[in-house]
Design a binder for this molecule. Structure first.
Ligand SMILES: C[S@@+](CC[C@H](N)C(=O)[O-])C[C@H]1O[C@@H](n2cnc3c(N)ncnc32)[C@H](O)[C@@H]1O
Length: 304
């Protein structure tokens, strides 16, 4: 269906940086954005107002957009009676004592077909669709680990992974703040990419300490990434994006933002990346863009 042709012909990727960044994000040139993602981007460029009118007329809801964007995963929606209703809005306090200790490290040979492959970790993986989409495109090339603090989401993701028959992805019910270091330090292969995408905002100042991006996690990410590996952060909440950005910007001797490495990287005047480089949007990103929000993104690269 010529996905990569559309992709490289300037709709989404323009310039050498995106191709280079994408070769990290999508190893071996397996760059193939979701057809709906391409449609969405083209459509938005063509005429945003028509799209708003059409949205109203067709009464499209953002969950419909998620289903469309992830249609090729073909996931069942009523997963199982035993899981019950997965309450997406259920909140978990990451500072609760039950989540204070690190999780048990799995036997990596049991969870991945080849545990020496480069690893991507998605912190706060939510439903897991985003990571499944990537894993399906990068079989035998990269492993994917999703860390998620809401157990029901992990259980449902496990069912979906089984259905998809993927051997390069694993979801863990874990508090990333307390478990990331232990998990990645035991993984046999290199850590290539860490993503923290639309983390829970915890708006109240007194709850900022619940935010997942805290100094020890940042240090651990930076220590475990191999040279030239990347960190991808994004949020639709400016305050959260700035909080994450300040923490990663504070290590300029080890991490550089990709536009410092390649002048063809497209950023706005505030230094936020203009494009999502992943080829697919996360669910939160879809919902936020549907509501008209801007997504604030940064990608850092570890120095040699
Ligand atoms: C707003 S959702 C975003 C999910 C997904 N990244 C996306 O963009 O659609 C944030 C997710 O992070 C999870 N989360 C929050 N704190 C966490 C922590 N300390 N460790 C692991 N996951 C966490 C939440 O349960 C939730 O699923």
């Amino acid at each position: 269906m010529g996905c990569s042709c559309v992709y490289y012909s300037g709709v989404f990727v323009t310039g050498a940086f995106q191709r280079r960044a994408l070769s990290t994000l999508f190893p071996k040139g397996l760059v193939s954005p979701s057809p709906f993602y391409q449609y969405h981007r083209n459509r938005r460029r063509v005429d945003a107002s028509v799209s708003t009118a059409a949205k109203e007329q067709q009464q499209l809801r953002s969950p419909d957009l998620v289903a469309l964007e992830y249609a090729d995963l073909n996931l069942t929606h009523n997963v199982s009676q035993e899981l019950g209703h997965v309450r997406i809005r259920q909140h978990v306090n990451p500072l609760s004592s039950s989540l204070a200790g690190p999780v048990e490290v799995p036997d990596w040979n049991q969870v991945f077909r080849d545990p020496t492959l480069p690893l991507m970790v998605d912190i706060g993986s939510g439903s897991g669709r985003f990571l499944m989409w990537l894993a399906k495109r990068n079989l035998f090339v990269r492993n994917y680990l999703g860390l998620e603090i809401r157990q029901k989401l992990v259980k449902r993701a496990d069912v979906w992974v089984k259905e998809l028959g993927l051997s390069n992805i694993h979801f863990m019910y874990a508090n990333a703040t307390t478990s990331f270091n232990q998990l990645v330090s035991t993984y046999p292969g290199p850590l290539m990419l860490v993503s923290i995408l639309c983390p829970d905002p915890y708006f109240k100042r007194k709850h900022h300490k619940r935010r997942v991006v805290q100094k020890p996690l940042v240090d651990s990410i930076v220590n475990h990434l191999i040279p030239s590996a990347q960190v991808f952060i994004q949020s639709d909440v400016l305050d959260v994006a700035l909080d994450m950005r300040n923490q990663f910007d504070s290590l300029p001797h080890v991490l550089k933002h990709v536009d410092e490495i390649d002048s063809s990287v497209l950023c706005d005047s505030e230094g936020w990346l203009l494009r999502n480089p992943m080829g697919i949007r996360t669910e939160r990103e879809i919902h936020a863009e549907f509501e008209g929000a801007k997504i604030y993104r940064r990608i850092y690269q570890k120095q040699l």
